[in-house]
Design a protein around this ligand. Structure first.
Ligand SMILES: CC(C)(COP(=O)(O)OP(=O)(O)OC[C@H]1O[C@@H](n2cnc3c(N)ncnc32)[C@H](O)[C@@H]1O)[C@@H](O)C(=O)NCCC(=O)NCCS
Ligand SMILES: Nc1ncnc2c1ncn2[C@@H]1O[C@H](COP(=O)(O)OP(=O)(O)OP(=O)(O)O)[C@@H](O)[C@H]1O
Length: 295
């Protein structure tokens, strides 16, 4: 195992929920432009088997992220990231070594690793885990990250930094710093509208319809992002099913478009949904309908 530190048993259910979410996201089929059980989407360098290898390689790290939060639970949140990042980078290294240097889960490690760390911090302070508490803790950990890492004016050191300079896209960092606001506002209030695979397809369509996914811009420019957004919005405005999703898949593959950021946020939503209050009594579900679609 690449540089895995000695860890004890998890203190919360987050690591196991995260690993289950990674598997369910991968297996959801069809998934327009993305690797699933049918095809490799818009990817020439990865398939379902490679994603499975990647999941096996990064699995042990989510307990490490949780323990780093648990151990430093009373540290000010803004000091947590510098303790977490080396483990995140080591986990990325384990992913790259398992996949032959293919980026399968870089975004997923970042977002889901933060979720595990936030859960460890809340558990360390004996505070209850809830959707809102987890997201607010992540926002506190990532406060100032966009300004520090993207808006510093330095030469871009990653795809994300280049896209920020070109289009002011804040990518995974911006989403984490907001406390996964896109997920909380456009996905979770509608989580119980559907069940089974349709619940996850509905969530993915809602994410694709609004998420400023840097993967899409990196692959197809702003036009690529708009194409995916409009496709998802149109699907949500009418009855949709497997046929419509497979049609979108064909169009995205033709255009080499892969909404990888939305796939990562789908896994985040799957984990956060486990902590939702039961519908529909909770005020959580009284959020006014958003522009995407109010079916
Ligand atoms: C911050 C990261 C993602 C930087 O990567 P990059 O500069 O390429 O950022 P960018 O946001 O453009 O994309 C990275 C990945 O995030 C996902 N993503 C893209 N857009 C979005 C979005 N709007 N919302 C959520 N995820 C997104 C995609 O899968 C993409 O591949 C990350 O690689 C990093 O710094 N890792 C170090 C380890 C770490 O900090 N871990 C902390 C928790 S363990
Ligand atoms: N099922 C999935 N299929 C494809 N990508 C996914 C899936 N689930 C999540 N992703 C995310 O999408 C990212 C991979 O997308 P992409 O291949 O566009 O990134 P990249 O490798 O940086 O870009 P490129 O392949 O153009 O060099 C991963 O980092 C991962 O976080």
């Amino acid at each position: 195992m690449t540089g895995l530190p000695v860890i004890s048993a998890p203190v919360t259910t987050l690591p196991e929920k995260v690993i289950a979410a990674l598997q369910r996201e991968l297996d959801l089929t069809p998934k327009p432009g993305l690797v699933d059980r049918n095809n490799n989407g818009a990817h020439h360098d990865m398939d379902h088997a490679l994603f499975m290898q990647s999941i096996r390689a990064i699995t042990p790290w989510f307990t490490v992220f949780e323990q780093l939060g648990y151990r430093h639970a009373f540290l000010p949140a803004e000091n947590q990231l510098s303790l977490l990042r080396p483990a995140g980078l080591a986990c990325e290294k384990a992913m790259f070594s398992a996949t032959g240097q293919v980026n399968t889960h870089q975004g997923g490690i970042f977002s889901l690793g933060l979720l595990c760390c936030a859960a460890g911090r809340l558990a360390g302070r004996k505070e209850p885990l809830s959707t809102t508490a987890l997201c607010l803790e992540i926002s506190a950990i990532c406060q100032g990250m966009v300004a520090r890492e993207l808006a510093s004016g330095q030469a871009p050191s990653s795809a994300g930094a280049r896209l920020y300079q070109q289009y002011s896209l804040t990518g995974a960092r911006g989403e984490a710093e907001s406390g996964f606001l896109t997920v909380r506002r456009y996905v979770l209030p509608y989580w119980h509208q559907e069940s089974g695979d349709r619940q996850h397809h509905n969530a993915l369509l809602r994410l694709m319809a609004v998420n400023a996914d840097s993967n899409l811009v990196s692959r197809g420019g702003i036009e690529g992002l708009q194409f995916v957004r409009h496709s998802a919005q149109r699907a949500l405005m009418a009855p949709w099913g497997t046929t419509e999703l497979e049609e979108m898949d064909r169009h995205f593959i033709l255009r080499r478009l892969s909404p990888g950021g939305s796939a990562d946020l789908l896994a985040v939503a799957m984990v956060l949904a486990d902590f939702l209050p039961s519908p529909p009594e909770s005020a959580f579900y009284k959020i006014p309908c958003q522009t995407v679609s109010c079916r």
